[in-house]
Ligand binder design. Structure first.
Ligand SMILES: *Cc1c(COP(=O)(O)O)cnc(C)c1O
Length: 460
């Protein structure tokens, strides 16, 4: 794709979802049988793309190995063969949603829609009652999920939040929610960072986002020094920042946050260098940076999409070239069609190192491969050969107990392990050093509805 020579013309947002599959121009050349498979998978996993993704990011002549097609379109390998065979006759027979529903639900439930631990462990309690929309796992950072930012401009097929996509548009609700957040922060002076996430908060209209951001600027919250917004909008809908009706107002809002003395960071999700190539994304990044906001970039390592060292090296170089800061490479979590996308930790470490080795220090701000697991963010630091054998060197870059952070620890090397709970402590130890304390941090019985024991259970 020769992005540089494409005219930078604004588009009007048009979403395509499951029922529009036959209307997507590039798909019309696929045989009917293939489109039926696509529809079958899209019944189970959420599917949404838009005209920008379809027209500017996907190369329709090379579909089989097109990274953005793999990233956004349902693939046959995402469902077990048996499940696909249960659904296909229904799809071919033109079954209604009501008829496919029981089969669809039973397949979905087997895909671990709600990774364990998230609700039970991270939702804080104030005066004994849970504070909805907030997760407070690491002392200095509060995660906030505005109810109206829980969907995205397009969906990533591997997304672990696929079970929660809903949309509401209600200013009153936003106000009540943001007051609850401000109240919580006022009582928690140890917090310096607020991370607004979703879904994608940039799906919200500027006037709604403003309801959330402005209360954070008041003098009572002077301990909040940084505000981050997690988003994939620069990759999936860059016009949000340049041409949408309230794009100018959004830039003024960013400027206001910066003028109030806060560090404003857009935590941009970029999966592949192609997403950084179009004139539209370049204009968006430039405009965001002109407000004084900083852009930090993160993404999970995904098989079929970006499981290649040169892809990451090229992506980090391009980010730095456009004034952005590489931040995290994540390991994919254990929900949804994980089998299809997973990359073993050993291979993830190899890809990370090989990419890291070929970029300058300015791109080595990136950390990874990192697992956001129940006890904390665990980094695969390396692989060592000792007289006793081969081991992974791991370390926490965030921990439920800050005392766990930055201390290397070892696990038996296992080329097939894909997550923390696949790993065994080195030298025949019964458990990892943090496990006794983790057990003592376990929420009270009364708070546990669907509690799962394994340490690898995922949280944000
Ligand atoms: C990653 C993460 C953060 C932010 O951690 P940093 O090290 O500051 O980037 C905060 N809360 C949760 C739950 C996280 O997963």
């Amino acid at each position: 794709m020769d992005g540089v020579h494409q005219a930078h013309t604004a588009k009007k947002y048009r979403a395509y979802s499951r029922k529009d599959i036959d209307k997507i121009p590039g798909l019309q050349r696929l045989p009917q049988a293939q489109r039926d498979v696509l529809k079958a998978v899209a019944h189970v996993l959420p599917f949404r793309v838009n005209n920008y993704v379809v027209e500017e990011l996907i190369d329709w002549d090379r579909l089989d190995d097109d990274p953005i097609y793999q990233l956004t379109f349902p693939q046959p390998g995402m469902l077990a063969h048996n499940d696909l065979e249960r659904l296909l006759p229904l799809i071919r027979g033109g079954a209604s949603d009501r008829e496919t529903m029981p089969v669809v639900r039973s397949i979905q439930m087997a895909l671990n829609p709600h990774p364990a631990g998230q609700k039970q462990w991270n939702v804080p309690k104030d005066a004994g009652s849970a504070v909805p929309g907030i997760q407070h796992k690491y002392r200095e950072t509060v995660l906030f999920f505005p109810a109206q930012g829980q969907t995205c401009h397009a969906y990533c097929t591997y997304c672990f939040r696929w079970a929660q996509f809903v949309g509401i548009e209600d200013l009153k609700f936003a106000t009540a929610e943001s007051e609850r957040l401000a109240g919580y922060l006022q009582r928690h002076r140890e917090v310096s960072d607020v991370l607004i996430t979703g879904g994608d908060p940039m799906i919200m209209k500027t006037k709604v986002l403003r309801r959330y951001l402005e209360p954070l600027l008041k003098p009572e919250l002077d301990h909040i020094t940084s505000i981050r917004i997690g988003t994939k909008a620069p990759a999936y809908w860059p016009f949000r920042f340049t041409h949408d009706r309230d794009a100018d107002d959004l830039m003024r809002l960013f400027e206001e946050v910066v003028a109030a003395g806060k560090h404003l960071a857009l935590m941009a999700h970029f999966s592949h260098p192609r997403e950084l190539e179009t004139p539209a994304v370049k204009a968006a990044l430039k405009r965001i940076r002109a407000t004084g906001a900083v852009i930090r970039c993160q993404a999970p390592l995904i098989r079929h999409v970006n499981d290649d060292a040169d892809t990451w090296a090229q992506m980090w170089r391009e980010q730095v070239a456009q004034g952005c800061i590489p931040y995290y490479m994540f390991v994919e979590r254990d929900t949804g069609p994980k089998r299809y996308f997973e990359v073993p930790l050993a291979r993830a470490f190899g890809i990370f190192s090989q990419a890291y080795n070929q970029v300058s220090g300015l791109a080595r701000t990136v950390r990874g491969p990192s697992m956001s697991a129940l006890p904390g963010k665990v980094l695969v630091e390396g692989v060592v050969e000792l007289p006793q054998g081969r081991f992974f060197v791991l370390k926490f870059i965030q921990g439920r107990d800050a005392g766990w952070v930055n201390k290397p620890f070892l696990a038996e090397y296992d080329p097939k392990a894909t997550w923390l709970n696949d790993l065994r402590p080195a030298f025949g130890a019964e458990e990892f050093f943090f496990e006794p304390e983790l057990a003592s941090l376990k929420p009270r019985e009364s708070d546990q509805h669907h509690f799962h024991e394994e340490i690898g259970a995922l949280t944000v």
